[in-house]
Design a protein around this ligand. Structure first.
Ligand code: M7G
Length: 363
């Protein structure tokens, strides 16, 4: 608790004094507005500390201050951004697509600037004309079956599914998720048959395994029929920045649907993927091996065993509790707890409310 107080006072004091000093010279005599602007800063800082959730109270205060700011807008001095001399990166966050820079506007002065740069959210209007306004051109990075990846030099990445099935429309639509529990018996009786016959097509996986697609993107190829796997950049990664690295290991052996199917017979396969997959990624992308997280989704979207590799600093989509199982833990559970750990135990996970699996588990 005392730590928090210290932090708050540190943040508000040096952090806002520059703003206040500047505002004072611009908005002479507007003491009330200065106070509310300062309170807004404080509230926003507090909201950021609390995970970015603005409380209703803070929203109110912000509105007051923003109307105050509107009155004084024309008098503000715009900084010469084009003169910014970059010195170093203070932090970067691949999850929020933001970066904080440190530098100066005037090298002869002893004043520094901290600039938080964030990619803005798409607006519906802008995105509908993105392909027709002639201002953004896209490069086709690769195609595998119905999945294509494109990127623009303006930092936009597209995943295009064409032709998309009803299942894809569902997968990519917003939907609430809930937590459920699934016993080993329910999996074996109801869910397994669904995964075998009605889930999304594995054509793209076969294309990779047979070298018909993405062959030039493969990072590592172990051809062993029992323990072999292919390692390549995931569809979710444009490879422009190592910060949001996302690599996929696809096992060569067919018929291992998912986590539930893993037992002692698969230990060498799992250990091989973990050791050599991680090493290949560390070598290729020059990242420390201990920053690479390896995990399996339950449930996956595609029922052919694969392992996700992402960096610890990146909150990759689907890397949260309720969906991910660390590969090291999977190996340990099978090795030391029970060879049939995943076939037997009740698994708790999050699931979309419109998922056909939910209906199967609840029967
Ligand atoms: P999942 O857990 O089955 O599904 O993981 P989800 O994470 O999409 O819910 C499958 C992984 O394979 C995901 O990380 C996908 O982004 C990735 N992926 C899917 N497709 C269709 C492709 C593809 O065509 N090429 C590559 N390289 N990765 C893909």
């Amino acid at each position: 608790m005392p730590r928090k107080t210290t932090k708050k006072s540190q943040t508000t004091s040096p952090g806002t004094s520059g703003v206040d000093a500047k505002s004072k010279s611009v908005v002479k005599g507007k003491k009330t507005e200065l106070t509310s602007a300062r309170r807004s800063n404080l509230k926003q800082q507090l909201a950021t500390d609390q995970g970015g959730c603005l409380t209703p109270e803070s929203v109110n205060i912000e509105q007051t201050s923003s109307s105050g700011a509107a009155e004084t807008k024309n008098e503000l001095n715009t900084l010469p951004l084009e003169n910014f001399k970059f010195e170093r990166v203070l932090s970067e966050n691949p999850t929020t697509k933001s970066i904080v820079l440190y530098g100066k506007f005037d090298e002869s002065e002893d004043k520094f600037a901290v600039i938080l740069a964030e990619k803005t959210v798409f607006t519906r209007e802008a995105v509908t004309t993105l392909f027709t306004d002639g201002r953004t051109s896209f490069t086709h990075n690769f195609q595998n079956d119905i999945y294509g990846q494109y990127s623009s030099d303006t930092g936009i990445k597209l995943t295009v599914v064409y032709p998309a099935t009803e299942k894809h429309v569902k997968k990519y639509s917003q939907q609430r998720s809930i937590m459920i529990q699934e016993s080993g018996h329910v999996y074996a009786t109801y869910v397994r048959p669904y995964a075998q016959t009605q889930a999304l097509s594995l054509q793209w996986v076969d294309n990779i395994l047979e070298g018909r697609a993405e062959a030039d993107r493969v990072i590592y190829n172990d051809e062993g029929s029992e323990t072999g796997f292919l390692l390549l950049p995931d569809l979710k990664w444009s490879q422009e920045n190592v910060e949001d690295l996302y690599v996929l290991a696809i096992v060569r052996k067919k018929g291992i649907l998912c986590l539930r199917e893993l037992d002692a017979n698969h230990l060498s396969l799992l250990e091989n993927v973990l050791t050599h997959g991680r090493k290949a990624i560390a070598d290729k992308y020059k990242v420390p091996a201990n920053q690479i997280r390896a995990y399996i989704h339950y449930h996956p979207s595609y029922y052919h065993l694969h392992v996700h590799f992402t960096l610890v600093g990146y909150q990759a989509p689907g890397s949260m509790v309720g969906q991910s199982h660390l590969l090291e833990d999977v190996i340990e559970n099978i090795k030391r707890v029970d060879s049939n750990y995943y076939a037997n135990r009740t698994l708790t996970y999050q699931i979309r409310e419109d998922s056909p699996i939910l209906a199967l588990v609840e029967t």
